[in-house]
Each structure stands twice: as C-alpha cells, then as structure tokens.
Write a protein that binds this ligand. Structure first.
Ligand code: NOJ
Length: 497
C-alpha cells in the first residue's frame, strides 16, 4: 500500500467553510465500507467456483458493458485479501460489508455440491477481519446468482425461494460462528426493475413483460422471508446475530407544488421503495400499487392484475422479517405525475404502471454517473420518510458514495459529498430524531461498476487496473474518512455529542 500522507492536509481544507456540521456522531455510531463479491474478487473460475450470471453476461455481451470489460480479475481481492484487510484496519472501520459469491461455495447453486475451497476462502477472510477487530457484515446475494439457477428463470422462478433458503441455511451453518450480521439481498429493486425490462438492462438483460418485474419482487420477498425465519428459528439463539435486507431508493422531490406532482412523488416512492419495504415492515404491497396495477391491467385488457396477490399467510410470514432497515442511498430525482400519459414509455410496463416522469435539476453537482448528483437535503428527507413510513426503525446506511473518472488521487468532490451527506445524516439524527445507527461508504476500492465497467470509480482507494499487482493507493478522501472514523467528527473540532 502506498500511503501518501501529504494529501490528508489538503483533504481537510476542502469545503467545510459552508455548513459542515460540527456535531459529534453518537458514541455508539458505527462506520464501515462496502464491497460486493463480483465487483472486487476476480478469480472468476478458480478453485472450483461455478459460473455466475454476471460471468456469463459480461463474457457473452461485452458490447453491453462500457469498454467491453468484465470482472474476471478486477481488484483481485480473491488473492489480495490480506492486503485488503490491512487497509481496512488502517482506515479504522468498525465493520466491513462484503458479499459471498453463491457459486464460489455452491458451483451449481444447489447444496448437493459444496466447494470446500470457496468455504475455506470466506472462513479465512472472516477470521482475519475478526482478528483485526473488524465486524464482517455479510450479504448473501449481491446480484451474482449461479448461472444454472438463472437458466431456469432466475428470480422469476418460484423454485428460487427454496434454493436460496438452502443456500442461506448452509451459510449460517458454515459461517455463523464468525458472522453475526447478515443481509439476505442487496437492492432487489436493481435486479428486479433494471434487469427484466427497460432500455439499460443489467444481467440477465431480458426484455420481458412487466409481469417479470413483479414476479421477481414476489419471489425475492418470499426467499428473503424464508431465510429470515430459518435464521430466527434455527440459528439466532445459538449464534446471537441479526439479519436484515438492503433496500435502495433515490429521494423523489415533486417537480412542482401541484397536488398531481405530490401524488407523483408518492407513486414513485411506493413503486421504488414501497414494493419491497411495505411487505417487510407494514405487511402486503403498498395499497396504491395494488390499485394502480389492477387498474392498468384491466385497462389494457388483462383478465387479472399483473401484480401477484399475497395470501394472508404470506403477508404474515413476510411482515417483520428485518431486524433493522438497511438503506442504500445516493441521490435525488425530480418527479412529476404522468399517469395515462402515453409517452412515459411503452406500455404495458412497470414504468407506465408507476406513471411518473423522472428528471434532475442541472444545478445539482454531477458525478461521473448520469444518475448520480449530490443532493444532501434529499438524503435527510429520505431518512425521515423511512422513519415515518416504517415505524421508526433503526436505520443502517449500508451504501452511499460518489463516482468520478478515477484519474486523480485527489478527490475533493468525493470529500465534499461525504461532508454534505454526513451533515444531512447528523441533522436527521439530532434535529429530526431519526434512529440512524451506522454508515458505510461505497466503496473502499475502485472496482467493476456493472454496465459502466471501469469507467466510473467509487473508491476511497485507487486501484491500478493496468498493473498485474492491482496496486492500491489511498486517495485524499480515504484520509478524510479515516479522520472522521477516528474523531467521530466532520471538522477539526466538534461539540460533544
Ligand atoms: C449499489 C450497488 O449495491 C453497488 O453494487 C453499486 O456498485 C453501487 N450502487 C454504485 O452504483
């Protein structure tokens, strides 16, 4: 690791002249960083690992990935985990959120064939983290379903409920003595809503009828709930851990003061966050989604709603299956009501059911990703909306971060983003009474950013992808985040908490 301490000074002089909070984070507030197996590990076919959906997608359709790249090697964390954990220790994080590649421990996805080398790899990584005082926070599914299971329909096939539950039970058995904090799924919204329909599709990249989007949500919710109950019934007492799910939403700000746009805001939040969060925290789909999809389906000549109906038993089984709210949040969109406006998109479709137009404000600072602008007040509103909509849950911010082109080790924009978003978070805690218990940066390293390949970089640490050694070099934001974790303060001196 090439530590450039000089950049630390520069980091602290950036931008907190204007409104950066001088309140301390609560004493028990936890800081972390997040990664995902496919995005950092590499070793895609080593030591018995099976092929995953994203291995297949990037190899089969390089034209769909910017630069035609893939994550066959990426940060090479499969081999460089020791150095990775040294960096995490130096950074001082309380926890490290990472994911298990399902096909590294179950090459065909099913528990009849366990790959011992994969099990050994994760046990070694988890133990090294623990030995260094870092809590492993483990996601079971961060988008890399074993290809075999994708080929039978992936998350649109109800069989996946049991396959996922078997995998989850095995993971609790194999790693539960080391791992005390689990997440079942990362952002089902992303792989259900951005994979099966729409112009920019993540793997498997199918263009299916809107049914597939809802069916994916339905299957994932049942798989999540089953894994939660397995943990609760069979492991919790002995292992004394907790388990949740990670959900994502951009804040939706109405484009105008009109009642219609306020309704658009509600629709957008309910179709993006509510479809997943409402069944888990309140029970059943949001009523507005039930009504809207039924109405649209009827108008379009379907004999029944394309939104599957939960039985009362399923509603009860899914409700209450999260020990806290895991939130990924990055940005904000402006929304206007556009129901029945035929140019929203083609229909029948998920977008037409949702019925809103989404835009951004060009004055908001723009990152290297088209969808990501810095809007810290939207973060505060998002945290408040979750607090109010889902019964004042404890919220762990499982991801938040900024993308640039990664060419410079000095990244003042990322530092400003962190300062502004963490200021908004402190306001949510102290001024609004929202129970935010921790925060994790996406990401520790520059890594493979799905359809954007290596064109967008989110890391606190630069990775030289042209070197076989994948040399890691901390950026100025790394030192700034290190200082925040150490002092629990965004500026030089904070008021006591
Ligand atoms: C959320 C996803 O969980 C992660 O995989 C992705 O890289 C970041 N957002 C940034 O787009």
């Amino acid at each position: 690791m090439n530590m450039k301490c000089s950049v630390i000074l520069l980091a602290f002089t950036v931008s907190y002249a204007s409104g950066i909070s001088n309140r301390s984070f609560p004493a028990d507030f936890k800081f972390g960083v997040t990664t995902a197996a496919y995005q950092i590990e590499g070793g895609w076919n080593e030591d018995g690992k099976g092929e995953s959906l994203w291995d297949w997608y990037t190899h089969t359709y390089p034209d769909r990935i910017q630069g035609g790249t893939n994550a066959d090697v990426t940060c090479d964390s499969y081999h460089k985990y020791k150095e990775d954990i040294e960096i995490l220790k130096d950074l001082g994080v309380n926890f490290y959120r990472l994911s298990i590649a399902w096909s590294r421990i179950l090459p065909e996805g099913t528990v009849n064939h366990v790959n011992q080398a994969g099990v050994d790899y994760y046990r070694t990584v988890f133990q090294l983290l623990i030995d260094n005082g870092i809590v492993p926070v483990v996601t079971l599914y961060h988008w890399d379903v074993p290809l075999t299971l994708s080929e039978i329909g992936g998350w649109t096939n109800p069989l996946l409920v049991d396959y996922f539950a078997d995998y989850a039970r095995l993971a609790f058995e194999l790693f539960g003595d080391q791992v005390k904090q689990w997440h079942t799924f990362n952002e089902p919204q992303s792989f259900c809503m951005l994979s099966y329909q729409g112009p920019l599709r993540k793997a498997p990249g199918y263009d299916l009828p809107a049914e597939a989007v809802y069916q994916c949500n339905y299957v994932v919710l049942k798989a999540h709930a089953k894994a939660y109950h397995i943990y609760d019934d069979e492991f919790r007492q002995k292992q004394q851990g907790n388990i949740s799910i990670v959900l994502v939403a951009h804040w939706k700000e109405p484009a105008s003061d009109s009642d219609a746009d306020k309704e658009g805001q509600n629709l957008a939040l309910q179709f993006e966050m509510g479809l997943l969060a409402n069944p888990i925290f309140n029970g059943n789909w949001p009523q507005v989604a039930i009504d809207r999809v039924a109405e649209r389906s009827k108008l379009e000549g379907y004999p029944r709603s394309r939104l599957p109906e939960f039985t009362q038993e399923e509603i009860d089984y899914i409700k209450g299956t999260a020990d806290y709210f895991g939130l990924n949040h990055y940005t904000t969109e402006l929304v206007s009501f556009a129901y029945n406006v035929t140019n929203v998109t083609e229909y029948p479709s998920f977008d037409a059911d949702r019925g809103v137009l989404r835009t951004t404000d060009p004055s908001w600072p723009q990152s290297n990703m088209t969808w990501l602008r810095s809007v810290p007040w939207g973060f505060r509103k998002m945290l408040n909306w979750i607090d109010q909509s889902y019964g004042h849950p404890a919220i762990l911010v499982t991801e938040n971060g900024w993308a640039d082109d990664g060419t410079s080790r000095e990244d003042p924009q990322r530092i400003s983003y962190i300062q502004d978003y963490l200021t908004a978070l402190l306001e949510a805690i102290y001024d609004d009474g929202v129970n935010v218990i921790g925060y994790s940066q996406w990401s520790i390293y520059d890594n493979f950013e799905w359809l954007s390949g290596y064109m967008a970089k989110f890391g606190l640490v630069y990775v030289d992808f042209s070197s076989p050694n994948r040399t890691r070099t901390p950026k100025s934001s790394y030192y700034y985040y290190q200082k925040i974790i150490k002092t629990k303060c965004l500026v030089d001196t904070c008021d006591a908490a």
